[in-house]
Design a protein. Structure first.
Ligand SMILES: CC(C)(COP(=O)(O)OP(=O)(O)OC[C@H]1O[C@@H](n2cnc3c(N)ncnc32)[C@H](O)[C@@H]1OP(=O)(O)O)[C@@H](O)C(=O)NCCC(=O)NCCS
Length: 170
């Protein structure tokens, strides 16, 4: 597929993903709730598809932060993951994922997890590659974009501290 030109902005809607899973017994811990690591694996997949829908490039997970487990998800429940790109920078983009737990019998849905992940688009040599801009539409998307920009600032500060730490301590 031909590259999307950098100046051809894509909408948030273009990047939206909805995924459905069921908490089977193998995904549950001894308390009968889903393993946190299993949820993170689903979030990673949902977010990667969203990042690819935006960029139409191979992408890698650069960081995975702000994972908030709000409520436990029980065995037998339906898990709905909704992902979308919040902000696009040069080669990286932040994807927000919200996870809902749904009762299969009543249909009641509760927000269970929220996470933000950063993905980097790569060229054919595996180097970071520029991606299309994000066309922001409306107050809600603007708020998400501004919050994502602030999270990026903090994330990159942490990265700088980590790199300094590795250089100092090996
Ligand atoms: C992510 C990766 C491509 C960044 O490569 P790099 O050589 O450090 O690239 P740069 O320093 O030029 O940064 C490229 C972009 O990544 C962003 N980035 C790098 N590390 C980041 C981090 N920890 N968190 C958030 N963004 C990060 C930079 O801000 C930059 O974004 P921008 O182009 O939008 O400004 C590289 O570290 C990598 O390949 N990591 C392993 C990824 C992986 O294996 N993931 C798990 C499996 S998918």
């Amino acid at each position: 597929m031909a590259d999307i030109p950098k100046n051809e902005a894509r909408t948030v809607k273009n990047s939206q993903v909805e995924m459905t899973e069921v908490v089977l017994p193998q995904y549950a811990n001894v308390l009968g709730t889903v393993f946190g690591g299993q949820i993170m694996s689903w979030i990673d997949i949902c977010a990667a598809v969203s990042a690819q829908r935006h960029s139409r490039c191979p992408v890698v997970t650069a960081s995975f932060d702000s994972v908030h487990f709000i409520e436990p998800i029980k065995q037998g429940q339906v898990v709905i993951l909704k992902g979308q790109v919040n902000a696009v920078f040069k080669s990286s983009m932040e994807v927000g994922v919200i996870v809902f737990a749904e009762s299969p019998l009543t249909g009641e849905r509760r927000k269970a997890v929220r996470a933000y992940c950063t993905f980097v688009a790569l060229d054919t040599f595996g180097n970071p590659k520029g991606i299309p801009d994000l066309a922001i539409d409306g107050e809600e998307e603007k708020r998400r974009f501004l919050e994502a920009t602030e999270r990026r600032r903090i994330r990159l500060l942490h990265r700088k501290i980590e790199v300094k730490h590795v250089h100092k301590n090996g």
